[in-house]
Structures are given as C-alpha cells and as structure tokens.
Design a protein around this ligand. Structure first.
Ligand SMILES: [Zn+2]
Length: 192
C-alpha cells in the first residue's frame, strides 16, 4: 500500500502518470508496504499471456529477488524510475523515503534494484543530474543505494509512520539488519 499522502498525477505523454506527495513526507517514512491485496506471481506463471498482457505487466509489475512478479493493487504500481530516487528498499518488503519528500515531489525508485532481466533495460529520461542514461540489469544497484537506505532506516522510529500497522515488527527488524543496522531496539519490560 502506498503512503496515504500521495496521489497519481499525469507527468507527460512519454512517462504517463506518476505518484506525487500531497504533504511533506520526511526521510525514513515507510512510503510503501507489500500488503495482502498485492498479487504475487511465481516465476513463469504469467508466461504465454501474449504481447498485449506482457507489455502491460512489464509496465505495472516489478520483480523481487526471488524472480516473482509483484502487481500492486493500488497507486504504488504507478511509481516511476529515477536514477536519484526518493524511495527505496523494495526487497525488504517495504520502501522508505530516502530523502525528505516535499509536497508536489514525485515518489520514485531505482528500477535497477528491481531485478530487471537482460531484455528489460531502457533509455532513461528521468532528468536527474546523475542520470545513468540507460537503466539495465545491474548487480551493483543494491550496494550503490545502500548508504542512503541505511541512513533513512535510522529514522524509522522517529518519524510518523501511517503504514506501520501494515509492516510486522519482525519485517522492520529484518530490514534494518539487512542494511547493517541493529534490529529495532526492544522496549524493556517495566520493572515491578
Ligand atoms: Zn535516469
């Protein structure tokens, strides 16, 4: 589920639509969480649907590290790529704001982290100062984004988290450990 302070807006005729913040979203905010209404397709289970469906699925789904196709049921599937994304972490089962996102700014992620297959690269027109020009299967994408993701995850417990009810504490702890942080500290039991 995408963060509630977002909406889908038209970008232009080339890009189509994108997801934009309607309020300030501070760094470390969970901007998306995999939820029970998202559809998860096993590798190969969507093969043979034909070119019309394949083009649609290429545009609206992403691939996780187990090569499953994820079809988000809500506006999350309209998130665009940026070479300097405002969000990241999808392999954790949730994404966070990597930077402070101002109202009117687009929520984006780096498709290079979404396990593209060799035929799924594309020419990028994201317009970021550091645009790579071409987005292609990229085994170093996770490592490249790790410093920003690690920094953002240090803010998990200090910013408002409207999507927190959708993410199990164990998933958050695993996410923090995956980027080299200690798991969220457990609250101490009050002494009797
Ligand atoms: Zn780019």
């Amino acid at each position: 589920m995408i963060h509630p302070d977002t909406e889908v807006r038209r970008v232009d005729d080339v890009v189509g639509v994108g997801v934009f913040a309607t309020a300030f979203i501070p760094r470390g905010t969970i901007t998306w969480a995999l939820d029970p209404l998202d559809q998860v397709f096993a590798p190969g289970s969507l093969d043979g649907l034909g070119p019309s469906w394949e083009a649609w699925l290429d545009h609206h789904t992403y691939r996780d590290r187990e090569a499953r196709r994820i079809l988000c049921w809500d506006a999350a599937r309209a998130m665009n790529h940026s070479c300097e994304p405002t969000c990241g972490g999808s392999d954790l089962g949730f994404e966070v704001a990597l930077v402070d996102i101002a109202p009117g700014e687009q929520l984006t992620n780096d498709y290079g982290t979404l396990h593209l297959e060799p035929n799924e690269g594309f020419v990028c027109r994201c317009g970021a100062p550091g645009c790579r020009g071409v987005v292609a299967p990229d085994g170093s994408a996770w490592e490249r984004g790790l410093p920003l993701l690690r920094e953002a995850l240090t803010y998990l417990t200090v910013v408002p988290q409207p999507l927190a009810p959708l993410v199990a504490p164990a998933v958050l702890r695993a996410g923090r450990r995956a980027v080299g942080l200690p798991g969220t500290e457990r609250r101490r039991r009050p002494s009797l």
